[in-house]
Design a protein around this ligand. Sequence first.
Ligand SMILES: Cc1cc2nc3c(=O)[nH]c(=O)nc-3n(C[C@H](O)[C@H](O)[C@H](O)COP(=O)(O)O)c2cc1C
Length: 169
Amino acid sequence: MKKIVIVNSSPRKNGNCDILCSEFGRGAVMNADNEVVRFNLNDVDFDFYREDQTEDEFDNIAHQMMDANVIVLATPVYFYSMSGQMKTLIDRMMPYFSQISNKDFYFILTAPINKKEMEPTAESLTGFTDCLNDCNVVHITYGANVSQKGDIINKPAYKEVFDIASRIL
Ligand SMILES: Cc1cc2nc3c(=O)[nH]c(=O)nc-3n(C[C@H](O)[C@H](O)[C@H](O)COP(=O)(O)O)c2cc1C
């Protein structure tokens, strides 16, 4: 049994990241007794990283991530990088990141552009995971060529996330 924490950083309800995160969660419990904990950062009240940070709703996410075997980070492409919500989450990991070790990461990206054009965004996420101990990026799903909510349902990424998650045993 694995504990899987899914973090969706898109503010769009029923948007393409939202749908892919749901499919990942569905696949993750298909063949195994995995525990899935899901956060939509749009619904989380948390601040930027600050020098004298006080506790807010972010700290629960950090603890859940430390406790997880698998972490899924989902972001739309915003100006060829990740969303501000995801960047804030990563920056807030500063006091915690040395305690994040031995995890499998999966990235989910969505954008109207093609896979090649989305690669700088994936690299911006690996800027975080490269700083962690004994963590692997197992798979990156490129939800390419999507714009309107729901476009992703007709793209290969939709089945891909389900299949990949269903192999987490
Ligand atoms: C602030 C902002 C910045 C964006 N920047 C880009 C971009 O650089 N390249 C691009 O192809 N799409 C860009 N988009 C479009 C989003 O990537 C696109 O709408 C994506 O499908 C949203 O994903 P979601 O449905 O998962 O929220 C941007 C959208 C917003 C709101």
